[in-house]
Design a protein around this ligand. Sequence first.
Ligand code: HAM
Length: 425
Amino acid sequence: MKLQRPIGTYDLIPEETALWAALESRVRAMFHAYHYGEIRTPIFEYTELFARGVGESSDIVSKEMYTFLDRGERSLTLRPEGTAGVVRAYIENGLAQKTPGAVKLWYFAPMFRYERKQKGRYRQHVQYGCEVFGSDGPDIDLEILLMLHQFYTSLGLTELNLKLNSVGTPECRPAYREKLVAYVTPFVDELCEDCRRRLEVNPMRMFDCKNETCQRILHEAPKLIDHLDDDSRGHFERLREGLDEYGVPYQIDPHLVRGLDYYTKTAFEMSYAPLGSQGVLMGGGRYDGLVSQLGGPETPGIGFGAGMERLILILNETGKTIQTGDALDLFLVCMGDRANRKSNEILLNLRADKICCERDFTGKSMRKQFQAADKLGARFVLMLGDDEIDRKKLVLKNLKDGTQAEFDWTPDLSQLKSAIRDNGV
Ligand code: HAM
């Protein structure tokens, strides 16, 4: 059998990793500016955490988890999403006591879901996201949406569609649920099998269904947003006022319920419409009951998760380029044995100053070394042979415009370094 990567996974080769690293550092800088601390939790957790946290009726738990027994017969699951593990870690590490005010955490981590392979959908994908504990909002809801708007705008993504909804509180849902069930029940025979199950277990989940008949039936269904309690309605109105005040465009989508069971009040998703369902860049919302449900004290929470692969897909689709910062500054062309031995004296010095350098290790002729430098996209070539060593001079050639200049070979190589930095010879 030919060895291949598992279905729904991908390799990142260096030119792709460079873009990932550049984006990861933008994500890191964003979270730093908003004063989030980074959290790293295990890639696997006890299965029960997701069953209780994400919810048995969600597609993620019922169909998509990678669950296995370890050698001690414990059921473990590769994390399908970030929130449940972060909530567990927040409780287990007593973070509420260690931090004054709201606890703001961010992550950049792989997630695993057994999903159908599709463009932009993987069985291992990476999410950058955050979770905030201890603030019942809506100021923090607003700050998160402002942060995301600022971030995507800074990447040149202005055509994004922010969808917003309120899914209310557990207090206002039973009355709404009754209305929804009463409306849908006459159509039960037309519903897909999943929705018939959802109608029994968690009727609001039906709004997630992609089946056209189900969507048509639900189109006219009563909307939770019209049945909110005063608290949820006030929260939602204040959030909307904030978004309006700061010029963040959004659309209210009363059918946005999100695929996870823990949400309360604010729910949101941002997408790049031309890509349809693969264009969903991020999703999140408030989960005021989750910490207590997982064994902690009553604590409000809110967060989002955003797919890295989706971000890259959308950047590619929209033709946006991101500076990756992995360019090769200099290729040292060595001519002869003496030069070869001397080369480390120069390379160590330049590299200590974070100048990215390369040389040949395969015995290439001088002409071939120049070709390699060109192919690797080096900005400069530094030539080193007997003549340079005897005269204590270094010759730097700019490969972009062909100009060249000679520098004194001083112990600190200061003139040479300035020329490389200032991009001039
Ligand atoms: P989610 O909507 O399931 O939310 O996933 C968040 C984002 O991850 C999606 O919007 C999408 O960009 C990306 N994503 C999800 N599944 C895949 C996949 N199979 N392949 C590629 N990308 C994918 C959550 O996971 C929640 N934990 C978000 C959250 C955090 N809510 C509150 N806090």
